[in-house]
Design a protein around this ligand. Structure first.
Ligand code: AFD
Ligand code: MN
Length: 387
């Protein structure tokens, strides 16, 4: 693909930011609060808008309910528009209420399942209010000990809840089911892998798709294989991009394994799925526990842009020819040639053409935004795991 075409695709690329990335976060051992952290969803939008302002590629923000609940979603939506961004995916949360100790949608008690289902239906109501297209469902449900509950019965309970939520979806709305290998449950997780998520979304129908969170696999998993299979089945709804070294570390995407990110995006490029309108939601799902949050999000967007540019540079005709000829080294060389291309000049050129500083990190640092919000956001309660 020519540099011009690569820049065209990059100029249209939109990487959705997680509202929760801007709040305080940490691990079960410690949350290190940072100064200037937003205190409400409106301030989270202001921070997210800085990422879009300097990258030009992060035009929507995913909300997390109830952390981002507001009285007036029309006001929140118009605030986003005033900031030059939009409201994106709605993320449900059935993992923090005391009633969910033994699960939520898979809980043995029908009253708890009803409570969880009502929360999911409330999230669809919010989608109606914000104009969001996607409901993202990740369930912490699982068990910690053999014998604790019936694995099959839990799948049946999950299916019944998903049926009810799926039936509630309106025109143009989708249900994106996200899997995760483990955590917080340690013996079984009720949606642990792509196969389980695929089976449920296949049964539900065409408005149900799978979300691949790149931090949610066993070490060594070939994620691009999962991408290729789900794309081929028309069941890839999107990504939660992040990085992991061991477990689900929620680190900056591309920071741990940029080659893996490139290989994932190569599968999307080979299906022309990097273009807008592909139906694939490209989202970040990260927590910046020890690094500054807005620059961490800017770097993450830049990492996705660089991997995307490299994936688009793969000479697909030469690759197909080498593959057909069984030219192992030749085919690998075609891919590595693209991966080893320094695309930073191309991206700097694109940014200048867009009227942006070619170096978003430098531009943000020079903007004085961090100093402004640190001085301005005194008092109140900083957003975090609970807010
Ligand atoms: C947690 C879960 C999952 C989910 C995210 C937002 O592990 O990745 O997508 O919260 O709810 O990180
Ligand atoms: Mn996720």
């Amino acid at each position: 693909m020519s540099a011009t075409h690569v820049k065209r695709v990059l100029a249209a690329q939109s990487i959705e930011l997680p509202s929760w990335a801007f709040g305080n976060s940490g691990t079960r051992f410690k949350v290190f609060p940072q100064p200037g952290v937003p205190r409400d969803p409106f301030e989270k939008l202001a921070d997210a808008a800085q990422v879009h302002r300097h990258t030009g590629a992060a035009g929507t923000v995913a909300l997390h309910i109830p952390w981002d609940k507001v009285d007036d979603y029309a006001a929140l939506t118009s605030r986003a528009e005033d900031l030059g961004i939009g409201i994106g995916t709605i993320n449900a949360n059935t993992f923090q209420d005391d009633d969910y100790r033994l699960g939520s949608v898979c809980h043995p008690d029908p009253a708890v399942r009803r409570k969880a289902t009502d929360h999911l239906l409330e999230c669809v109501d919010i989608m109606d209010a914000t104009g969001s297209a996607d409901l993202k469902l990740w369930f912490a449900d699982g068990t910690n000990y053999p014998g604790q509950d019936s694995i099959t019965a839990r799948q049946d309970r999950l299916a019944a809840v998903l049926d009810e939520v799926y039936a509630r979806l309106g025109e143009g709305q989708r249900l994106l089911l996200e899997y995760k290998l483990f955590e917080p449950a340690f013996y079984t997780t009720d949606v642990p892998d792509w196969g389980t998520a695929y089976a449920h979304t296949l049964r539900l129908g065409p408005k149900a798709k799978v979300v691949i969170d790149t931090g949610h696999h066993a070490p060594g998993t070939n994620i691009e294989f999962i991408v290729a299979v789900l794309l081929r089945e028309g069941k890839l709804g999107g990504f939660d991009f992040n990085s992991r070294f061991y477990a689900d570390d929620d680190l900056m995407v591309g920071a741990a394994d940029p080659f893996q990110l490139f290989r994932i995006l190569c599968e999307l490029a080979s299906h022309d799925a990097l273009e807008p309108g592909s139906g694939i939601a490209y989202m970040l799902d990260q927590c910046h526990n020890i690094e500054a949050k807005i620059p961490g999000q800017i770097r993450s967007v830049m990492n996705v842009q660089e991997a995307t540019a490299k994936a688009l540079l793969v000479d697909r005709d030469a690759l197909a020819k080498a593959q057909a000829a069984g030219d192992v080294l030749g085919a690998n060389a075609v891919l590595m040639d693209a991966y080893n291309t320094d695309v930073r000049p191309l991206l700097a050129e694109l940014r200048e053409e867009q009227g942006l500083d070619p170096d978003p990190m430098r531009a943000y640092a020079a903007s004085g935004y961090t100093e402004h919000v640190t001085a301005d956001r005194l008092g109140g309660t900083a957003a975090g795991w609970g807010a």
